[in-house]
Design a protein around this ligand. Structure first.
Ligand code: ADP
Ligand code: MG
Length: 292
């Protein structure tokens, strides 16, 4: 990876494997300045089921972290390419061009907002899936090879994923360390959740760094009794991962048509308040780590 000294601007390349942890001290060979080399936290928003709020969560979590001054890269691994739509931008390139090395990272990424960059998804990702399939070995590391060198430039890498289970989903799980699972309380999706967790466990056999970090109930409608029951079950089974629920909020479904995040479209809405809560929860983890 390329690193730049914040003191004198001297650039050098260091071997990724020589950076032991998410945070390490680096010594500038030119001016002698010592500075922390902080690597991004990688959070994948995943669940095999569609329509549970994955893209809404990825976009608003990424935007919320960026508003808090964090440098965020949002990576869209879905062929539907909804993240760009939700942010109201039309990048000419994205994740495909980064993975195929057609473009350098700085040209593949699109600056969507202050502190927020996007590696957009879309139909061209189908070619990446074929590329992964054709590799004799190491196909599951394709995404990691593309994203790991970018980690020093960001505080967070948030990954939106497609419904279903395909070579790119496996790649996401071989790359990200933290998994955030949105669970819709509108439909009985607990079965989908336990199946997904089983698949995640099978990946964990090969890659122990990855694990469930957050379970985020979505579409909470306080007027309906049933969501309460699902929420209770979630609380019993997955208590340590459970986040406060995102309520059903019509503003969240309206915002994408205007190409705005919930904070831009309806900053005073319950949707904005709930996603702000999630941002705080994710950041609280950072502070704990810094204190330790
Ligand atoms: N909490 C919510 N309240 C109301 N509508 C929501 C909420 N979360 C998501 N939506 C809407 O539901 C639809 C599906 O959400 P989306 O994030 O695209 O799900 P996924 O990415 O899992 O398929 C979108 O139209 C989105 O705007
Ligand atoms: Mg989606």
């Amino acid at each position: 990876m390329e690193i730049t000294c914040p003191n004198c601007g001297f650039q050098r390349t260091i071997d990724d494997s020589k950076v032991p942890s998410r945070k390490a001290m680096v010594h500038c060979k030119s001016c002698g300045h010592r500075f922390p080399l902080k690597k991004a936290r990688s959070i994948a928003v995943l669940l095999s089921k569609g329509g549970v709020g994955k893209t809404t969560t990825s976009v608003n979590l990424a935007a919320g972290l960026a508003l808090e001054g964090k440098r965020v890269l949002l990576v869209d691994t879905d062929t539907q390419g909804q993240s760009a739509y939700m942010l109201g931008v039309k990048p000419k390139a994205g994740l495909t061009e980064l993975v195929t090395r057609e473009l350098k990272p700085k040209d593949a990424m699109f600056k969507a907002r202050d502190n927020l960059w996007l590696l957009s998804g879309g139909k061209s990702l189908a070619g990446i899936k074929r590329m992964i399939d054709r590799k004799d070995f190491g196909g599951e590391m394709t995404l990691t090879e593309a994203l790991a060198p970018l980690e020093v430039h960001f505080d967070f890498i948030v990954i939106d994923s497609s419904p279903g289970w395909d070579p790119l989903t496996v790649n996401v799980l071989f790359y990200a360390k933290e998994v955030l699972i949105p669970v819709s309380l509108e439909v009985m999706s607990l079965q989908g959740l336990s199946e997904f967790i089983k698949s995640l466990q099978s990946i964990k056999k090969y890659r122990k760094e990855v694990g469930i970090k957050y379970i985020l109930p979505t579409f909470l409608d306080e007027r309906i009794k049933n969501p309460g029951e699902i929420l209770e079950k979630l609380r019993t089974i997955y208590e340590q991962y459970l986040c406060p629920a995102i309520r059903y909020n019509v503003r969240l479904s309206e915002a994408p048509a205007y190409g705005m995040t919930i904070f831009e479209y309806a900053g005073g809405s319950t949707g904005a308040a709930d996603y702000k809560g999630l941002v705080k929860k994710v950041l609280a983890e950072d502070e704990e780590e810094e204190e330790s």
